[in-house]
Design a protein around this ligand. Sequence first.
Ligand SMILES: O=C[C@H](O)COP(=O)(O)O
Length: 250
Amino acid sequence: MRKPIIAGNWKMFKTVAEATSFFADVKGKAEVEGVESVICAPFTNLPALVEAAKGTSIAIGAQNMHFEESGAFTGEISGAMLKELGVQYVILGHSERRAYFAETDEIVNKKTQAAFKSGLTPIVCVGEKLEEREAGHTKEVCKVQTEAALQGLTAEQAAQTVIAYEPIWAIGTGKSSTATDAEDVIAYIRDVVKGQFGEETAAAVRIQYGGSVKPNNIAEYMAQPNIDGALVGGASLEPASYIALVEGAK
Ligand SMILES: O=C[C@H](O)COP(=O)(O)O
């Protein structure tokens, strides 16, 4: 049985003061038995959030990391640095990083392998652009990105990876994919994992939907057999909304 996972991706929002105030509001509430709750915050918030999350069931995640363990990479953060803080998850290959920071499938794969080396669980994002969807290439794009991201992992690591299917045209636009469309693509991604690692791994890997998920539509996604949770941007920023998302994933 796959445990549902709701991950909030705060992107470049919230100061430390705002993050700690948010956490105080969700503590004890965005904690629902049977649902995993993860807050992926800017690097600067991570020490305070890890401290605040002690004794709670909420996990803290980062939104990026470098694939090298250390070196002359000005402005970058390694997996070991995140692990030492007590961070458990790291979002990798988000479409904003692919688009604005030139992350390729090869870089995402190096980061995915490095995350496991550091003892972090990667949340790997895949998804098509609007023009790719309109050209009928959604599944092909997701296949290429998924296979590339997971290449070189053991079956056990692949099973632990969280995949987030985020159609780019649905991110921050209010235009969410219908639950049945998302289910169709996510079932296909599970099939891709099956082709790469076998049935057992495919049955175990958790695949989220992301793109304009809100408290009022989370239930539709969670009702789909292959959708194991959501990666949420905008609606994860307000405590009441985040609590409702975690409750809605049950
Ligand atoms: O990582 C989260 C996604 O980019 C979705 O963002 P959104 O919920 O604001 O559409």
